[in-house]
Design a protein around this ligand. Structure first.
Ligand SMILES: [Zn+2]
Ligand SMILES: [Zn+2]
Length: 245
Protein backbone atom coordinates (compact mmCIF):
# COMPACT_ATOMS: atom_id res chain seq x y z
CA UNK A 1 0.00 0.00 0.00
CA UNK A 2 2.81 2.41 0.83
CA UNK A 3 4.47 1.96 -2.54
CA UNK A 4 1.21 2.46 -4.35
CA UNK A 5 0.47 5.68 -2.48
CA UNK A 6 3.91 7.03 -3.24
CA UNK A 7 3.73 6.24 -6.93
CA UNK A 8 0.48 8.12 -7.29
CA UNK A 9 1.83 11.02 -5.31
CA UNK A 10 4.46 11.35 -8.05
CA UNK A 11 2.10 10.88 -11.00
CA UNK A 12 -0.65 13.07 -9.58
CA UNK A 13 1.12 15.34 -7.13
CA UNK A 14 -1.37 16.74 -4.69
CA UNK A 15 -1.70 20.48 -4.19
CA UNK A 16 -1.03 21.31 -7.81
CA UNK A 17 -4.34 20.34 -9.37
CA UNK A 18 -7.77 20.77 -7.78
CA UNK A 19 -8.91 17.33 -6.58
CA UNK A 20 -12.40 18.03 -7.92
CA UNK A 21 -12.12 19.75 -11.33
CA UNK A 22 -8.43 19.24 -12.08
CA UNK A 23 -7.63 22.91 -12.69
CA UNK A 24 -4.19 24.14 -11.71
CA UNK A 25 -4.13 25.65 -8.24
CA UNK A 26 -1.70 27.28 -5.89
CA UNK A 27 0.16 24.83 -3.70
CA UNK A 28 -0.97 26.72 -0.63
CA UNK A 29 -4.69 26.14 -1.29
CA UNK A 30 -6.20 24.26 1.64
CA UNK A 31 -7.49 20.76 0.84
CA UNK A 32 -6.26 21.09 -2.78
CA UNK A 33 -9.61 22.49 -3.87
CA UNK A 34 -10.00 25.53 -6.13
CA UNK A 35 -12.25 28.43 -5.08
CA UNK A 36 -14.95 27.49 -7.51
CA UNK A 37 -15.14 23.87 -6.26
CA UNK A 38 -15.11 24.97 -2.62
CA UNK A 39 -18.25 26.92 -3.46
CA UNK A 40 -19.88 24.04 -5.31
CA UNK A 41 -19.62 21.69 -2.33
CA UNK A 42 -22.52 21.69 0.13
CA UNK A 43 -20.69 22.12 3.41
CA UNK A 44 -22.36 21.12 6.65
CA UNK A 45 -22.08 24.57 8.16
CA UNK A 46 -25.79 25.18 8.77
CA UNK A 47 -28.57 23.12 10.27
CA UNK A 48 -27.86 19.41 10.69
CA UNK A 49 -29.77 16.46 12.16
CA UNK A 50 -28.99 16.26 15.87
CA UNK A 51 -28.62 12.49 15.68
CA UNK A 52 -27.02 11.48 12.38
CA UNK A 53 -25.53 14.84 11.36
CA UNK A 54 -27.08 15.00 7.88
CA UNK A 55 -27.61 18.46 6.44
CA UNK A 56 -31.16 19.76 6.88
CA UNK A 57 -32.86 22.58 5.00
CA UNK A 58 -32.87 25.75 7.07
CA UNK A 59 -36.68 25.83 6.76
CA UNK A 60 -37.05 22.26 8.05
CA UNK A 61 -38.95 22.46 11.34
CA UNK A 62 -37.59 19.47 13.28
CA UNK A 63 -34.21 18.86 14.93
CA UNK A 64 -34.07 15.34 13.52
CA UNK A 65 -34.19 14.16 9.89
CA UNK A 66 -37.00 11.91 8.64
CA UNK A 67 -34.85 8.80 8.87
CA UNK A 68 -33.86 9.47 12.47
CA UNK A 69 -37.47 9.97 13.47
CA UNK A 70 -38.24 6.48 12.11
CA UNK A 71 -35.06 4.61 12.97
CA UNK A 72 -33.21 4.27 16.20
CA UNK A 73 -29.49 4.38 15.47
CA UNK A 74 -27.04 2.39 17.58
CA UNK A 75 -24.28 5.00 17.36
CA UNK A 76 -24.50 8.02 19.66
CA UNK A 77 -24.02 10.82 17.16
CA UNK A 78 -23.06 11.30 13.53
CA UNK A 79 -20.78 13.99 12.13
CA UNK A 80 -20.25 14.83 8.48
CA UNK A 81 -18.55 17.51 6.40
CA UNK A 82 -20.81 17.84 3.38
CA UNK A 83 -23.90 16.66 1.52
CA UNK A 84 -23.21 13.87 -0.95
CA UNK A 85 -24.00 15.86 -4.10
CA UNK A 86 -22.63 15.88 -7.64
CA UNK A 87 -19.20 17.34 -6.83
CA UNK A 88 -18.66 15.45 -3.60
CA UNK A 89 -19.54 12.30 -5.52
CA UNK A 90 -17.09 13.07 -8.33
CA UNK A 91 -14.22 13.46 -5.86
CA UNK A 92 -15.23 10.35 -3.94
CA UNK A 93 -15.49 8.21 -7.09
CA UNK A 94 -12.07 9.39 -8.20
CA UNK A 95 -10.68 8.52 -4.79
CA UNK A 96 -12.32 5.12 -4.58
CA UNK A 97 -12.11 3.78 -8.09
CA UNK A 98 -9.26 5.56 -9.87
CA UNK A 99 -6.58 4.64 -7.39
CA UNK A 100 -6.00 8.22 -6.31
CA UNK A 101 -5.41 7.42 -2.70
CA UNK A 102 -3.77 10.80 -2.04
CA UNK A 103 -7.23 12.39 -2.32
CA UNK A 104 -8.00 10.62 0.95
CA UNK A 105 -5.41 12.75 2.69
CA UNK A 106 -7.13 15.92 1.52
CA UNK A 107 -10.57 14.67 2.55
CA UNK A 108 -9.16 13.69 5.94
CA UNK A 109 -7.81 17.23 6.41
CA UNK A 110 -11.33 18.54 5.82
CA UNK A 111 -12.69 16.01 8.32
CA UNK A 112 -10.09 16.99 10.92
CA UNK A 113 -10.94 20.68 10.57
CA UNK A 114 -14.64 19.85 10.81
CA UNK A 115 -14.09 18.03 14.12
CA UNK A 116 -11.94 20.75 15.70
CA UNK A 117 -14.96 22.41 17.27
CA UNK A 118 -16.21 19.20 18.91
CA UNK A 119 -15.21 18.83 22.53
CA UNK A 120 -15.32 15.06 22.96
CA UNK A 121 -11.98 13.34 23.37
CA UNK A 122 -12.23 9.97 21.68
CA UNK A 123 -10.00 7.16 22.83
CA UNK A 124 -9.55 5.78 19.34
CA UNK A 125 -10.45 6.10 15.68
CA UNK A 126 -11.57 2.92 13.92
CA UNK A 127 -12.36 2.62 10.20
CA UNK A 128 -15.32 0.67 8.80
CA UNK A 129 -13.52 -2.45 7.58
CA UNK A 130 -13.93 -3.99 4.14
CA UNK A 131 -13.82 -7.72 3.54
CA UNK A 132 -10.22 -8.89 2.96
CA UNK A 133 -11.13 -10.14 -0.53
CA UNK A 134 -12.35 -6.71 -1.57
CA UNK A 135 -9.33 -4.94 -0.14
CA UNK A 136 -7.11 -7.31 -2.08
CA UNK A 137 -8.92 -6.41 -5.29
CA UNK A 138 -8.75 -2.64 -4.76
CA UNK A 139 -5.36 -2.51 -3.11
CA UNK A 140 -6.49 -0.40 -0.18
CA UNK A 141 -9.50 0.26 2.02
CA UNK A 142 -10.55 3.85 1.34
CA UNK A 143 -12.20 4.23 4.75
CA UNK A 144 -9.09 2.98 6.48
CA UNK A 145 -6.90 5.53 4.71
CA UNK A 146 -9.36 8.32 5.54
CA UNK A 147 -9.47 7.21 9.18
CA UNK A 148 -5.70 6.90 9.39
CA UNK A 149 -5.00 10.35 7.95
CA UNK A 150 -7.79 11.87 10.01
CA UNK A 151 -6.54 10.29 13.25
CA UNK A 152 -3.04 11.59 12.58
CA UNK A 153 -4.30 15.12 11.94
CA UNK A 154 -6.66 15.05 14.92
CA UNK A 155 -4.04 13.44 17.16
CA UNK A 156 -6.24 10.51 18.23
CA UNK A 157 -4.90 6.93 18.36
CA UNK A 158 -5.83 4.92 15.26
CA UNK A 159 -6.63 1.22 15.22
CA UNK A 160 -7.22 -0.41 11.86
CA UNK A 161 -7.17 -4.02 12.95
CA UNK A 162 -9.51 -4.33 15.91
CA UNK A 163 -12.79 -4.42 13.93
CA UNK A 164 -13.09 -7.04 11.23
CA UNK A 165 -15.64 -7.65 8.48
CA UNK A 166 -16.34 -11.36 8.57
CA UNK A 167 -19.01 -11.42 5.90
CA UNK A 168 -18.49 -10.33 2.30
CA UNK A 169 -21.69 -8.34 1.96
CA UNK A 170 -23.57 -7.35 -1.21
CA UNK A 171 -22.97 -3.82 -2.52
CA UNK A 172 -25.56 -1.61 -0.77
CA UNK A 173 -26.39 0.63 -3.73
CA UNK A 174 -29.50 -1.11 -5.03
CA UNK A 175 -30.86 -2.18 -1.65
CA UNK A 176 -33.67 -0.60 0.34
CA UNK A 177 -33.38 0.12 4.06
CA UNK A 178 -34.58 -3.28 5.30
CA UNK A 179 -32.30 -5.10 2.84
CA UNK A 180 -29.35 -2.93 3.83
CA UNK A 181 -29.88 -3.72 7.48
CA UNK A 182 -30.10 -7.46 6.94
CA UNK A 183 -27.15 -7.36 4.52
CA UNK A 184 -24.78 -6.03 7.19
CA UNK A 185 -26.33 -7.79 10.18
CA UNK A 186 -23.61 -9.67 12.10
CA UNK A 187 -21.12 -8.76 9.37
CA UNK A 188 -18.55 -7.39 11.83
CA UNK A 189 -16.65 -8.79 14.78
CA UNK A 190 -13.83 -7.85 17.12
CA UNK A 191 -10.48 -9.49 16.44
CA UNK A 192 -9.84 -12.38 18.78
CA UNK A 193 -8.06 -11.30 21.93
CA UNK A 194 -8.60 -7.56 21.29
CA UNK A 195 -11.89 -7.17 23.22
CA UNK A 196 -10.06 -5.74 26.23
CA UNK A 197 -8.84 -2.81 24.16
CA UNK A 198 -12.31 -1.35 23.59
CA UNK A 199 -13.82 -1.78 27.05
CA UNK A 200 -15.16 1.55 28.37
CA UNK A 201 -13.69 3.36 25.38
CA UNK A 202 -15.34 6.17 23.44
CA UNK A 203 -14.80 5.33 19.80
CA UNK A 204 -15.01 7.39 16.64
CA UNK A 205 -15.92 5.20 13.69
CA UNK A 206 -14.89 6.58 10.29
CA UNK A 207 -16.39 5.86 6.88
CA UNK A 208 -16.47 7.74 3.57
CA UNK A 209 -20.21 8.21 3.00
CA UNK A 210 -23.26 8.07 5.25
CA UNK A 211 -26.41 6.86 3.52
CA UNK A 212 -28.82 5.03 5.83
CA UNK A 213 -26.23 4.40 8.53
CA UNK A 214 -26.93 0.63 8.43
CA UNK A 215 -23.27 -0.32 8.15
CA UNK A 216 -22.23 2.15 10.83
CA UNK A 217 -25.00 0.86 13.11
CA UNK A 218 -23.91 -2.73 12.60
CA UNK A 219 -20.28 -1.84 13.46
CA UNK A 220 -21.42 0.22 16.46
CA UNK A 221 -23.54 -2.64 17.75
CA UNK A 222 -20.58 -5.00 17.75
CA UNK A 223 -18.34 -2.44 19.49
CA UNK A 224 -20.98 -1.67 22.14
CA UNK A 225 -21.78 -5.35 22.67
CA UNK A 226 -18.12 -6.01 23.36
CA UNK A 227 -17.82 -3.20 25.91
CA UNK A 228 -17.22 0.16 24.21
CA UNK A 229 -18.93 2.91 26.20
CA UNK A 230 -20.01 4.97 23.17
CA UNK A 231 -19.54 5.06 19.41
CA UNK A 232 -19.82 8.21 17.31
CA UNK A 233 -19.51 8.19 13.55
CA UNK A 234 -17.72 10.52 11.15
CA UNK A 235 -18.06 10.54 7.38
CA UNK A 236 -16.86 12.89 4.67
CA UNK A 237 -20.30 13.22 3.09
CA UNK A 238 -23.86 12.24 3.91
CA UNK A 239 -26.62 11.55 1.40
CA UNK A 240 -30.22 12.68 1.66
CA UNK A 241 -32.88 10.55 3.31
CA UNK A 242 -33.86 7.44 1.33
CA UNK A 243 -37.49 8.15 2.17
CA UNK A 244 -37.20 11.49 0.42
CA UNK A 245 -35.67 9.94 -2.68
ZN1 LIG B 1 -11.86 22.81 -8.75
ZN1 LIG C 1 -30.75 12.07 11.08
Amino acid sequence: MKIKENIFEVIFPSNIYCICCGSVIDKSRPYALCDSCVEKFHWATGKTCKKCGKILEETYKNDYCHDCMDTKHVFRKGYTCSRYGLYERAVMMDYKYNDRSYIGRKLAEIMADRMKKEEIIWHMVIPVPVHPSREKKRGYNQSELLAKYFAKKADIPFDGSILIRNKNTEPMKALDLAERRSNVKNAFCIKKGREKDIIDKEILLVDDIFTTGSTLDSCSLELIRKGASAVDVLTFAAGGNLSLG
